[in-house]
Design a protein around this ligand. Structure first.
Ligand code: NDP
Length: 391
């Protein structure tokens, strides 16, 4: 939906209190704030003080917490501001399906699926940070965006890079897409060393500052596994066209290889605001105050093959891609349950992949999804099986 150039662009940020959400608000501020953008709704979950402060700062019409028990706290924090406060799942879905032209989908995990879908069906352009939407619902989600009439613009730095390096009229000439991975904090560690790590150690990413789940996912490479599935649905490539290469400096954000041997890459400082800004102004580019690459100071760019023995999540992604059907939804849900168990100290770091694999193997019989109900049912079943395995 192309906005009228004379009007302010109406935007909604789902998950505004998170890492991507706060960066999005910074980008909005940098690109003109309330002179150019009308913020219809901001949403969060537990952090209602930040949500209220953000809403006041950007002049949002409405602030929604998904957590019903936080309603009075939010209402109190917004008292006298004229900003509407709302809480709960229905309020979240209503905010997502409002009149926004552009919606940032930055709720973490499967909780983001229903609201993002609601925004897509309404026809907003979807800036997609929440990769779980595509991993779980795949083509159904892509179709929902197309039927709604909005555009799907990736925000994940790797997928934004590929989106930027893809020549629209040469899609038939794409040979492969190459997702880069930093390798995370355990890139050089043995499995024995990883066995006893805590969430505090695993969350310390060498290059990027991100939310807890994606930071742990970078350490286990589950994040890259989700990104492989995300890439398949975003770019309509075959599983064997998706490569992963470890690139510890996180300067090349990903690449597209063409049939003539050319490889186009997108480079930049590791700062999500570039990808967010591109998603907001696409197909234009606008000035952003982010670090510039100084090539004279970049002493080297390293690359290495990923090790699927030490990081089995990558192998599980290939399995999910090969099996197809609802295996993406199953892997995603099982991993989410295992992630919470790891963070809660109930299982070890390596058990996350074991649990995801066991749940995937148990649920191979689920037929391909005919509707979103099938996706939600598979998600629920995978969570039940994973919880049973964790005990
Ligand atoms: P954060 O954990 O920092 O933020 C998550 C957001 O979701 C917060 O606003 C949080 O609210 C909200 N939230 C949490 N649980 C629920 C729920 N049950 N219902 C509704 N809202 C909820 O995550 P990130 O910003 O790091 O990541 C968001 C998404 O973007 C993820 O899918 C991630 O994979 C993806 N992504 C993130 C990148 C990054 O650099 N951070 C890079 C690329 C992709 P509150 O804080 O108020 O509880």
């Amino acid at each position: 939906m192309a906005p009228d150039a004379r009007q302010k662009r109406r935007i909604t940020i789902l998950g505004s209190t998170g890492s991507i959400g706060t960066s999005t608000l910074d980008v909005v501020r940098q690109l003109g704030g309330q002179d150019r953008y009308e913020v219809l709704a901001l949403t969060g979950n537990g952090n209602v003080d930040l949500l209220a402060a953000q809403a006041k700062d950007c002049g949002a019409k409405m602030a929604v917490t998904a957590d019903e028990s936080r309603y009075s706290a939010l209402k109190e924090a917004l008292a006298g501001s004229g900003i509407e406060a709302a809480a709960g799942r229905t309020a979240l879905l209503e905010a997502a399906s409002g009149e926004a032209d552009w919606v940032m989908a930055a709720i973490v995990g499967t909780a983001g699926l229903a609201p993002t879908l609601a925004a897509a069906r309404k026809g907003a352009d979807i800036a997609l940070a929440n990769k779980e939407c595509l991993v779980s619902a795949g083509d159904l989600f892509v179709r929902a965006v197309a039927e709604g009439g909005g555009r799907l613009i990736p925000v994940d730095s790797e997928h934004s890079a590929i989106f930027q390096a893809l020549e629209d009229d040469q899609r038939h000439a794409v040979e492969r897409i190459v997702l880069t991975a930093s390798g995370g904090p355990f890139r050089t560690w043995s499995r024995a060393q990883m066995a006893d790590v805590t969430a505090d150690i695993a969350r310390a990413h060498p290059n990027w500052s991100m939310g807890l789940k994606i930071s742990i996912g970078s350490a286990s490479m589950f994040n890259k596994a989700l990104e492989m599935i995300e890439a398949k649905h975003l770019f309509d490539v075959r599983p064997e066209q998706i490569e992963v290469v470890v690139h510890p400096q996180s300067i090349i954000h990903s690449m597209v290889g063409y049939v003539d041997g050319s490889v186009l890459a997108q480079l930049g400082a590791p700062d999500m605001r570039t990808a967010i800004g591109y998603a907001l102004t696409y197909p234009e580019r606008s000035p952003l105050n982010v670090d510039r690459l100084d090539f004279a100071k970049l002493s080297r760019l390293d690359f290495e093959a990923p090790d699927e023995e030490r990081f089995p999540a990558l192998r599980l992604a290939r399995t999910a891609l090969t099996r197809g059907g609802l295996q993406g939804a199953v892997m995603n849900a099982a991993e989410e349950v295992a992630f919470h168990a790891f963070v809660g100290g109930r299982i070890g770091f390596l058990a996350m992949a074991d649990i995801a694999e066991a749940v995937m193997d148990r649920l191979t019989h689920l037929p391909p999804a005919a509707s979103m109900d099938d996706v939600f049912a598979a998600d629920e079943e995978a969570r039940r099986v994973a919880a049973g395995l964790i005990g």
